[in-house]
Write a protein that binds this ligand. Sequence first.
Ligand code: GLP
Length: 261
Amino acid sequence: MEVVIVDSPAAGADLAADAIAQLLRAKPAAVLGLATGSTPLGVYDALVKLHEQEGLSFAQARGFALDEYVGLPADHPESYREVLQREIVGRVDFAPGAVRTPDGWASDLSAACLDYEEAIAEAGGVDLQILGIGTDGHIGFNEPSSSLASPTRVKTLTVETREDNARFFDGDMAAVPKHVLTQGIGTILRARHLVLLAWGANKAEAVAATVEGPVNSMMPASALQLHPHATIIVDDAAAAGLAQADYYRYVFANKPDWQGI
Ligand code: GLP
């Protein structure tokens, strides 16, 4: 696990976008794992800039979203399908249909989850997965007590997550769906590189427990400790609870130029 403490969310977003750009240049048909929430928005802005100014192409790439709400109206602007379309897919040159989200409108949700797992496997697996983290330590929508080996499945959101996400629904928690489809922690751990981003003091507790606490299903993001290539990019505020912050800063400051994240 590598912890990178950056001066600002913008610096962290650039670092993550550069890693994606490097991947796409080396492997144009790369499979990207896309996250929603407010945290990765700067990464998407940086990628759009690289696309417009340096011709970074997504034409052969594919993408898979982490999760989706169940039962929102089909064209609801806060469905993750719509959010990803608005924030990244429609702003670069992904081929039509190249980015998938779990089907939260399927009549058979379990079959839709199985189908999603198969689609990821058929694509060859995710090369680089962007992750945010919930204040309760969730990744994707894997709430506390999620199996660390879980596949894509239906989950029930905690009240804390629904309260956190109410800001996307005009502050109305009742409008936040109770159920979601999410890649499981087992699914996420199969991606080849995990890049978890966290900004702000309200993430500090979850970040400290993720990096320095025990691997524990009550802190789902702590499963990243089991991954051979996990990068945690945090700003100073989100790093505030890390006991070994000076060590992580020392390691990153002394990183050889030839070694990316
Ligand atoms: C949401 C998403 C997660 C995201 C997290 C944090 O509920 N399902 O993928 O990482 O909560 O959101 P934010 O980045 O807005 O803080």
